[in-house]
Design a binder for this molecule. Structure first.
Ligand SMILES: Cc1cc2nc3c(=O)[nH]c(=O)nc-3n(C[C@H](O)[C@H](O)[C@H](O)COP(=O)(O)OP(=O)(O)OC[C@H]3O[C@@H](n4cnc5c(N)ncnc54)[C@H](O)[C@@H]3O)c2cc1C
Length: 397
């Protein structure tokens, strides 16, 4: 068997793109990742390099100046990038979700207005559902958009905006009063424009500063405070209020494949580091890889990396074929994130005391892996989606 995480049946274009991304990761990301991460420094040069590679427009259709690639190509690129440094995949993830939502739910005017500039990375997207009081229970949001004249006024507080500072366009989920009985139909997504940076970035919109996180450093994660932020009705995603919840859930579905891909990338890197260290470190007169306990640990790690990759690829291919894949995306996300944590911990154990030193990459991966369990829905939430679906499919008659 060659290396892990190989994908059968890729086109020539996909193979070329992945080769270029892998080379970029090996040459430009891995050598600087740990240092930048420890300094919590934004990876400006890396982001400029990704723009040149066309990564910001990877899935945006060619008619809007993107590369028009599939979700699978995107996910495989994310896997490579996260193998180098997970934070960098975070820089493009919310951008990708917002572009995806515009592609699938935006009006023609909205697509024309944003997608070509998103493809170059000039406009950068953030995605905002969560609030201080909720993450999993999206229907409980309280940020409200009230109709006033021919526009709306937004008030409320949002939490955990990845790229909240560096973005210039936020897709924000709000409550609106459509008079529907179910809360799901009383929600609307707005395309909120802002300046990059912190403080009052648009009239009535404050981005207070970066949240100090355990890992996932470099990339900015923020709150967003809306105080009488006025916005035109033409900034309602798709032009019609009341559809926000469904649009966001569609975005989250592809976001889950993305987090699964990130988890695969981290796990693959942890495996690479672990198997290299196990052949170099000697105890009791031989490399530790020759002790069966370590060998078996490596075997389990490799199997988990391969399983997660296979499930992630399956979910991406299903989406690309136009099929519904909420269950497969949930399964891939859950398996990849749980296995990622197990593989990283196993690699950490293989490193012995050095794994606890900040000089070794595994220390960073250990902190990055934890976020995979939370972002785009926890494993409990994935189990709710998977469980309900299998119960429906296997219902006794
Ligand atoms: C670094 C970071 C970046 C983020 N980026 C973004 C972003 O860009 N945009 C955005 O909108 N959000 C973002 N989030 C928010 C993220 O999506 C939420 O943190 C996540 O969905 C979990 O929500 P919560 O934190 O409110 O936890 P809660 O929903 O409060 O859950 C707490 C615990 O209860 C469990 N639980 C909750 N409900 C149930 C249930 N019904 N059954 C069983 N168990 C349950 C959960 O699994 C979890 O273990 C980010 C979060 C972090 C940490």
């Amino acid at each position: 068997m060659p290396r892990l995480c190989q994908t059968e049946g890729l086109s020539e274009d996909q193979t070329e793109i992945l080769k270029a991304v892998r080379q970029f990761v090996d040459e430009k990301i891995i050598p600087v990742a740990t240092e930048l991460e420890h300094k919590d420094e934004y990876p400006t040069e890396i982001v400029e390099g990704l723009k040149e590679l066309g990564i910001f427009g990877l899935m945006i259709p060619e008619e809007y100046d993107g590369l028009g690639e599939s979700l699978l190509t995107y996910a495989l690129c994310v896997e490579e990038i996260a193998r180098g440094w997970m934070s960098v995949s975070g820089v493009i993830n919310t951008h990708f979700i917002v572009a995806y939502m515009l592609m699938h739910h935006g009006t023609d005017e909205q697509k024309q207005k944003y997608l070509p500039r998103m493809a170059t990375g000039e406009v950068r997207g953030a995605f905002s559902m969560s609030e201080p009081g909720l993450g999993s229970d999206v229907a409980a949001i309280s940020t409200k958009a009230t109709r006033e004249g021919d526009g709306y006024v937004i008030n409320g507080q949002k939490m955990w905006l990845t790229n909240g500072g560096s973005s210039t366009l936020i897709a924000v989920l709000t409550k609106t009063d459509e008079g529907a009985e179910t809360p799901y139909k009383n929600m609307t997504t707005f395309l909120v424009e802002k300046e990059p940076g912190f403080g009052e970035t648009a009239p009535g919109l404050t981005i207070p500063g970066k949240i100090d996180k355990m890992g996932y450093k470099g990339v900015d994660t923020t709150e967003a405070i809306f105080e009488n932020h006025r916005i035109g009705a033409d900034q309602v995603l798709g032009g019609e209020p009341g559809k926000g919840f469904y649009q966001m859930m569609d975005g989250v579905e592809v976001g889950r494949v993305n987090v699964a891909a990130r988890a695969c990338g981290i796990a693959n890197r942890a495996f690479e580091l672990g198997i290299a260290y196990a052949q170099q470190r000697e105890t009791f007169g031989k490399p530790i890889a020759e002790h069966q306990a370590v060998l078996f640990r490596l075997a389990e790690m490799a199997t988990k990396v391969e399983t997660a990759h296979t499930m992630m690829v399956k979910a991406a291919r299903l989406k690309d074929s136009g099929q519904r894949m909420d269950v497969e995306a949930g399964m891939a996300k859950m398996v990849a994130s749980e296995y990622c944590n197990e593989v990283v911990e196993a690699s950490f154990r293989i490193h012995g005391g050095y794994g606890y030193s900040k000089e070794y990459e595994i220390e960073r991966l250990y902190r990055e892996a934890a976020f995979m369990l939370i972002g785009e829905g926890t494993s409990d939430i994935q189990k709710m989606i998977i469980g309900r679906s299998v119960l429906k499919d296997y219902k006794l008659r």
